[in-house]
Write a protein of this length. Structure first.
Length: 600
């Protein structure tokens, strides 16, 4: 075993070793250690990680934000910043990454190892068409050129299930849906037939049905092309659905590893048990994770939201208006949580923005707290907003980075001229206590606290004016599972304490099943089904609702396999296609790419 040292930029890679002889692996991490030099000293991000990925195998690397998952994976692509010092060895397809020159490393990326990033919108160039980016990738890696590359790109888009691929080639990333963008990224990843794909949180921001399609596509990719996949995620349902083996990371170290059944069904480490205990489970309903929500509400309580035949339209230059919300009717009573669910583009957030007076209604009635907002002027709307709180999806973007946390929370009090400085400070301290944050964060800035703490700060700010109605738009979708569990517990306790009505907008059906009293299901701006939580979640009547619920993964590999089979049967019954790699002959696919590379 030899030891090597290579410098590239200011980044230093020192390591040794190759996989054991006779052991067929496509990706190996051998005692990988990563430190970052910062102005505050050295940060030890990854500590002695050993991991193997074999052909046709999915290895899930799981853990919360900051555990070192993505840093570990980036060493295989040699994409860490220049202040990183890497120890140990990373081997891709029999080649030691640390020994490669920059030129050979560029060849390795794409040809032997490819990456599917978490957010396809940022992974794709927004000013280049999809076709241009796919052709560029193939030309850079000598797979094809000119019209041959264009033809290959169309073929790849068709393989990953994008309709009318020749037409989609001319579109820009923003013109595609989130699921289509992720399919484009997967198509680019397989364009050079890599031996291993690193999928870094590939489904985090996707709806449950789109997520299920992407997972089906990745599964068929490893089955048909025998590609190894390193799956990085904190979603235990995705792990149960995809993984063959699992490694759990905590503070830079792998604390538990084994088959997916061993780790998820019989966890040994306390951290793994904590992660699994923080995941709300579909069908388990109330009482999970120590979260208590009253099943019954007062049906004679006054209405906080009363929608009747609501229509919301967006005007378009030179085109007929786009109808985002079409004839929607439902109610939310005081003390009640109503879950508004559906896929992206169904109109959920549009209704939420209309409730805040940010979007006008084209027709119908929208009564908030007894007032018809469709007939109110700006002054009247501002007075009404004093009675409404809002929690946005991204806490980092909804807090002013230049204001201390105390001032961020006090902002609604200042805008509505409530109280003086002393009473505002007392109110802020009271709310910090309510959301279980130390009072010391009062003078900190948003970037100095964690994501879960920022979301709790947003909840505190939403409650500063003792609102009668709270609009929560995907408030936990970007959080780690344990942080989400704490935020949901605090949210349920605050709702019980303050008794506010809540419109809870989410695509996480397990969270809705845990919290909501009533559920409203939206599709393409229309209500397809509505009713009590138990009725909708346990006995859905509409095909769309059935597909949504069937697509939600659960953190039990045996149960999830059964749910996946049932979902596929349901799709066939409803005449829908199952997402899979449309590839009849893997050997022919590989031979074609190999021949095209040889021509260059």
């Amino acid at each position: 075993m030899t030891t090597t040292t290579e410098n590239y930029g200011d980044q230093v890679f020192t390591g040794s070793g190759t996989p054991g002889e006779g052991e067929e692996v496509v990706l190996t991490f051998d005692d990988v250690d990563v430190r970052f030099k910062t102005e505050f000293g050295s940060v030890h991000a990854v500590k002695g990680v050993d991991l193997r990925v074999r052909p046709g195998e999915v290895v899930a690397l799981v853990g919360e934000s900051g555990s070192g998952k993505s840093v570990t994976s980036m060493t295989a692509m040699r994409l860490l910043p220049s202040n990183a010092t890497i120890g140990g060895a990373v081997n891709v397809a029999g080649r030691d990454v640390g020994q490669l020159s920059e030129r050979n490393m560029r060849r390795l990326r794409g040809n032997d190892v490819a990456m599917v990033f978490q957010e396809p919108m940022t992974a794709l160039n927004p000013v280049l068409t999809v076709g241009t980016q796919m052709v560029e990738s193939m030309e850079l890696h000598h797979v094809a050129r000119g019209q041959a590359a264009v033809d290959r790109a169309i073929e790849l888009l068709e393989m990953v299930g994008i309709p009318e691929p020749a037409k989609q080639m001319k579109k820009y990333p923003h013109e595609l849906s989130g699921g289509q963008r992720q399919r484009v990224v997967i198509a680019i990843a397989i364009s050079c037939d890599p031996k291993v794909i690193i999928a870094d949180e590939p489904t985090t921001a996707l709806d449950v049905t789109v997520q299920a399609d992407i997972l089906d596509l990745l599964r068929s990719l490893k089955d048909k092309l025998n590609t190894g996949i390193l799956l990085i995620t904190h979603n235990m349902g995705v792990v149960a659905d995809m993984a063959d083996r699992v490694a759990v990371m905590f503070k830079g170290e792998i604390v538990e590893r084994g088959t997916v059944e061993e780790v998820l069904l019989h966890p040994q480490h306390a951290y793994t048990r904590m992660l699994l205990g923080s995941v709300p489970k579909m069908g388990a309903g109330r009482g999970q994770m120590g979260i208590s929500v009253r099943e019954e509400v007062d049906h004679d309580a006054p209405l906080a939201i009363d929608l009747r035949n609501l229509v919301i339209e967006y005007q378009r230059m030179g085109k007929p208006p786009f109808r985002a919300v079409d004839d929607v009717s439902f109610q939310v009573r005081k003390g009640e949580i109503v879950g508004l669910v559906g896929e992206s583009g169904s109109g959920k957030s549009t209704i939420g923005r209309c409730a805040l007076g940010l979007i006008p209604a084209a027709s119908g009635e929208f009564r908030l707290l007894g007032e018809d907002i469709t007939t109110m002027n700006k002054r009247e709307l501002k007075a009404l907003r004093k009675r409404i709180g809002v929690v946005f999806q991204d806490p980092a973007a909804s807090l002013n980075p230049r204001l201390p946390i105390g001032e961020c929370i006090a902002e609604p009090l200042v805008v509505h001229k409530v109280g003086d400085r002393k009473t505002r400070q007392d109110k802020i301290y009271e709310l910090l206590d309510a959301v279980q944050l130390p009072r010391e964060v009062f003078n900190r800035y948003p970037h100095e606290v964690s994501g879960g703490q920022r979301q709790r700060i947003c909840v505190a700010r939403a409650l500063t004016l003792d609102p009668e109605l709270l609009v929560a738009d995907e408030p936990t979708s970007a959080l780690d599972v344990s942080v989400q569990a704490r935020v949901l517990k605090i949210f349920a306790e605050l709702q019980e304490q303050f008794g506010f009505a809540c419109l809870f907008i989410s695509h996480d059906l397990a969270v809705v099943d845990l919290l909501a009293h009533q559920v409203v299901v939206l599709q393409n701006g229309k209500v397809v089904e509505a009713g009590p939580r138990a009725q909708i979640m346990e006995h859905p009547q509409e095909e769309y609702t059935q597909r949504l619920i069937a697509a939600a993964p659960v953190p039990d590999p045996i149960e999830q396999a059964r749910r996946r089979r049932e979902r596929h049967e349901l799709l066939r019954e409803q005449g829908e296609e199952i997402a899979e790699l449309r590839l009849d002959d893997a050997q022919e696919f590989r031979a074609t790419i190999s021949d095209e590379k040889d021509q260059f």
